[in-house]
Design a protein around this ligand. Structure first.
Ligand SMILES: NC(=O)c1ccc[n+]([C@@H]2O[C@H](COP(=O)([O-])OP(=O)(O)OC[C@H]3O[C@@H](n4cnc5c(N)ncnc54)[C@H](O)[C@@H]3O)[C@@H](O)[C@H]2O)c1
Length: 286
C-alpha cells in the first residue's frame, strides 16, 4: 500500500480527455494525488504519460456503468491513500440529436446510464467510505448548461443533465442532514472545446451503428451543425477546469464556469413563475 495521508486526493472519472483531463492537471498543480478513471484505454495511456510529469497520478480503465468495477476502483483508491478529498463525477457522453418522438430509446437509455447511473454508481461506492472517515470532502457532479436550460433537438442529453442537477440537489440536502463536513456541487459548463461531439467513439458497437443509420430531420441536422461548430469555438478546457476548482474551493453549490449563460437560467425561472415555457436560450442555434 502506498501512503499519501499528507496529500489531498482527487478522483476524476472521464479523466483521460477534455475537462476531466484539465481537472487532473489543475489538481496535480495543487500537489494532490490524482486518480483518473476512463473507458478509453489509449486516451488514458496518453493522458498518464503527460500527467506523470506533473506529479503523482494513477490511471484505471473503467466504465462507470459497471457497478462492480466502480466499487473495485473505490477499493483501489482507499487502499492506496486512505481518503478522498475531491470526487469529480465528470465522465459523460452526448446523445444523438433529434426530435423527442423519434429518439431511439436504447440510445436514450445508454446516455442516461452513463451520465446519471454512472454518477450513482460512484456515489454509492465512495460516499459511505467518505462519511465513515468523518473528515472534509467534496463531491462534484458534472451537469451542463443543458441541465438548467432547454434547447430543441437535445432531448437525450438534456434529460440526463437535468437529472444530474436534481440528483446533486438531493445529495446536498441529504449530506446536510448528516454532516457539515462533506459538500456537494453541480457544475454547469457552457460550450467547451473538447471531444464531447465525438462521444459515439465510446458507445457500444451496436449503438454506434444505430446512430450512423439514424435518419435525421433537416431541422435536427441544423442544430447538430450549430452544436459542432459551437464546440470548436468553445472555452479552453484548462481555463474551465481552473474556474471549477476555484469555485469548488469557495464552496459554491451551483458552478457556472461561464457566467454569461446565467441570464438564460434567470429567464427560465421567470418563465416558470409566470406559467409560460422558457424562451429558447440564445447561446446556441442554427
Ligand atoms: N464540452 C462541453 O461543451 C461540455 C459542456 C457541458 C458539460 N460537459 C460535460 O463535461 C463532462 C466531460 O466531457 P468533455 O466535454 O470533457 O468530453 P470528452 O469526450 O472530451 O471527455 C469525456 C471523457 O469521459 C470518458 N467516458 C465516456 N464514457 C465513459 C464511461 N462510460 N466510463 C468512464 N469514462 C467515460 C471519455 O472517454 C472521455 O475521456 C461530461 O459530463 C459532459 O457532459 C461538457
Amino acid at each position: 500500500m502506498r501512503c499519501h495521508l499528507d496529500k489531498k486526493t482527487t478522483v476524476i472519472t472521464g479523466g483521460a480527455s477534455g475537462i476531466g483531463f484539465a481537472l487532473a492537471k489543475v489538481a496535480l498543480q495543487k500537489n494532490h494525488v490524482v486518480f483518473i478513471a476512463d473507458i478509453e484505454q489509449d486516451a488514458l495511456k496518453r493522458a498518464l504519460c503527460e500527467l506523470a510529469a506533473l506529479g503523482d497520478v494513477v490511471g484505471t480503465t473503467l466504465d462507470v456503468t459497471d457497478t462492480l468495477r466502480v466499487h473495485a476502483f473505490a477499493d483501489t483508491v482507499f487502499n492506496e491513500t486512505g481518503h478522498v478529498d475531491y470526487l469529480f463525477n465528470n465522465a459523460g457522453i452526448a446523445g444523438a440529436l433529434g426530435f423527442i418522438w423519434e429518439t431511439p430509446l436504447d440510445l436514450l437509455r445508454h446516455v442516461f446510464e452513463v451520465n446519471v447511473i454512472g454518477i450513482m454508481h460512484c456515489l454509492q461506492a465512495f460516499v459511505p467510505r467518505i462519511l465513515a472517515l468523518d473528515r472534509p470532502a467534496h463531491l462534484i457532479n458534472m451537469s451542463s448548461t443543458a441541465g438548467v436550460t432547454t434547447l430543441p433537438c437535445f432531448g437525450q442529453y438534456q434529460i440526463s443533465k437535468h437529472s444530474v442537477v436534481t440528483l446533486t440537489e438531493s445529495l446536498h440536502h441529504e449530506l446536510a442532514l448528516l454532516t457539515g463536513k462533506v459538500k456537494a456541487s453541480v457544475v454547469c459548463p457552457g460550450l467547451v472545446a473538447t471531444r464531447i461531439g465525438e462521444s459515439s467513439r465510446n458507445y457500444p458497437q451496436v449503438l454506434r451503428e444505430k446512430l450512423q443509420q439514424q435518419n435525421r430531420h433537416s431541422v435536427s441536422q441544423q442544430w447538430l451543425n450549430a452544436c459542432l461548430s459551437g464546440l470548436q469555438q468553445g472555452a479552453d478546457p484548462l481555463h474551465v477546469a481552473q474556474t471549477i476548482f476555484k469555485q469548488v474551493e469557495e464552496n459554491l453549490f451551483y458552478i457556472f464556469p461561464q457566467a454569461d449563460i446565467l441570464h438564460n437560467v434567470k429567464a427560465r425561472q421567470d418563465a416558470m413563475c409566470s406559467g409560460t415555457c422558457a424562451p429558447m436560450p440564445a447561446y446556441l442555434g442554427p
